[in-house]
Design a binder for this molecule. Structure first.
Ligand code: ADP
Ligand code: MG
Length: 537
């Protein structure tokens, strides 16, 4: 049975598998495209349309269309209603997954069950878990998640094996941006460090351009109601994206707009476009700079390859800027499909590892059985089985503690003490941290687990987000200053386990963040209601 790799993107998604003879293959959708817009149109209470057509409908009925849902995945309390049915970011993502699966089943003739889904490397625990849940809601068996830059690197490696390499991946997609440093040493692929901004992507370039077009239009036709027409604005947004893409190919482009009886024709040059979006590009370079600095701190000071992925890295200003600012010679690496193809590669690695029992008895016969099953050579099976992918802690994690004198304490004297630091290698088991009770006669100890919310680590509580909590109660009144041990453990896939122990009684509490988010029952319920939708494109 084939395992599929899915790039569940903010603006475009893509599904692929590895074919024994042809290598990684993308399943084209019904429109004949490699990638499908991650846009969902709730046509009726039982019908949804995903993809290009849904994106077109957004121009007419924006209130029934959802885009950029990945920006909300893992955020608690997000609920959207369509035709009186409640949806979560997970269930909407599940509908996108179902459409991809449908396309893959149609083009391969196989049933899609086992999948690997990609996530941005900087996704925290909640976002990862929500992505996994989306897969389950879609009725899929999610073997694993793989960071997008790792997938891109895996695909690059499969294409051009040139021995040990250090790679910088610059991924500018539709809704997110990230840079990641990856080392490939023998069979090991490891993330050195990563940083990302999930509020920065091609959609922001579109918005800036749409604004500019609107300003020009309003300057020509002051008093026009165009600027309050939802439809006109939606149309402008889609046209801006087309115009932007055209300006990646040509130096200038003419564009016509009309509303009521007012019309305007403008000519836009690539220079104009680059000038009006320079601030956005600059933000990607600032983050790239930070990534380079963090990598240098870990002893990685040069890159054998700079890979550009994500559709927006097709904008000529990206490569030009990276060349000029950093002296890189970036290589455009199948920007729209590298991540899905790498995910397919990773999916194959996962299925080999599952099919091959424990290493010590993985004899030649088993290799060949697995090779037959998967339609690849025994050498390939052996190589894939030996692959090890290791990632890093995506951001800082810690606990709330009382520290009234601390410069970053809030009004209640609370700060967040980070126990795991961003970019610590995974699995991570930092040394036990000891804290002390703050009040006399405490009979309960509350544990509040937080993750860094902003781009930079800060002890300020408002720069962090609570992701889980626990309570040790029923304690005998403890003297002030009684010790508590806190242990953090993050597994290879980013699952977090926190344990706090009150040392005089030995009473403890464990917070497992992997099971946070939607409950199992909620996932099961969502799975049933999503299964009732007719999904098409
Ligand atoms: P995602 O973030 O969903 O993974 P992709 O990597 O598929 O997105 O990139 C989609 C983005 O790339 C969109 O914003 C799209 O407008 C942009 N894009 C695609 N092709 C071009 C191009 N030729 N020039 C500029 N932008 C492009
Ligand atoms: Mg992407």
């Amino acid at each position: 049975m084939t395992t599929f790799g899915i790039d569940l993107g903010t603006t475009y998604s893509c599904i692929a598998h590895v074919d024994g003879r042809r290598g990684p293959v993308i399943s084209k959708n019904a429109d004949g495209d490699d990638s499908t817009p991650s846009v969902v149109f709730f046509e009726s209470a039982t019908n949804v349309i995903v993809g290009k057509q849904a994106k077109n409908v957004a121009k007419i009925s924006p209130e029934l269309v959802v885009s950029l849902i990945k920006r909300s995945i893992g955020q608690p309390g997000v609920e959207l209603r369509f035709h009186d049915v409640a949806h979560t970011p997970e269930s909407i993502s599940a509908l996108i997954l179902k459409e991809l699966v449908r396309a893959a089943e149609e083009s391969t003739g196989e049933t899609v069950t086992d999948v690997v889904i990609t996530v941005p490397a900087y996704f925290g625990v909640r976002e990862r878990e929500a992505t996994r849940n989306a897969g389950q809601i879609a009725g899929l068996n999610v073997l694993n998640l793989v960071p997008e830059p790792v997938a891109a690197a895996l695909h690059y490696e499969a294409l051009t094996f040139e021995g040990d390499r250090t790679i910088l991946v610059y991924d500018l997609g539709g809704g997110t941006f990230d840079t990641t440093v990856i080392q490939m040493r023998g069979h090991d692929i490891s993330v050195v460090c990563t940083a990302g901004d999930h509020e920065l992507g091609g959609a922001d370039w579109d918005a800036q351009l749409a604004n500019w077009l609107l300003e020009r239009f309003m300057a020509e036709h002051p008093g026009s109601e165009a600027e309050t027409s939802e439809q006109f604005l939606q149309l402008l947004a889609t046209e801006a994206e087309d115009l932007k893409r055209a300006l990646s190919r040509s130096e200038s482009k003419k564009h016509s707009m009309s509303f009521d009886r007012a019309a305007l024709r403008v000519e836009l040059t690539r220079d104009d476009f680059e000038r009006m979006t320079a601030d956005l590009l600059e933000r990607t370079f600032a983050m790239t700079q930070r990534t380079i600095e963090v990598a240098a701190g870990k002893g990685v000071t040069s890159f054998d390859e700079v890979l550009l992925v994500g559709g927006s890295s097709r904008m000529p200003a990206v490569a030009a800027g990276l060349r000029q600012r950093f002296g890189f010679e970036p290589r455009l690496h199948e920007p729209e499909s590298a991540v899905a193809k790498g995910a397919a590669q990773f999916a194959l690695i996962e299925s080999v590892k599952i099919a091959l029992p424990a290493e010590e008895d993985g004899g030649a016969t088993q290799l060949s059985t697995v090779a037959d099953q998967l339609g690849i050579s025994t050498e390939q099976v052996a190589t894939l089985a030996a692959k090890r992918v290791t990632s890093v802690v995506p951001r800082a994690f810690g606990v709330e503690v009382q520290s009234p004198g601390h410069a970053e304490a809030d009004a209640d004297g609370i700060v967040v003490d980070h126990i795991l630091k961003a970019n610590d290698p995974l699995p991570a088991t930092p040394p036990v941290r000891q804290y002390y009770t703050a009040q006399p006669n405490q009979t309960r100890i509350e544990l509040s687990v937080c993750e860094q919310a902003g781009e930079v680590e800060s002890a300020r509580p408002d720069a962090n987000r609570t992701i889980g909590s626990g309570l040790i109660s029923g304690l005998p009144p403890l003297p002030k200053g009684s010790p508590i041990d806190v242990l953090f453990e993050m597994g290879e896939t980013g699952a977090l386990r926190v344990r706090a122990v009150e040392l005089t009684t030995g009473k403890d509490v464990v917070v497992e963040l992997q099971v946070d988010g939607l409950s199992e029952a909620e996932v099961a319920q969502a799975r049933i209601s999503v299964a009732q939708y007719q999904v098409g494109n």
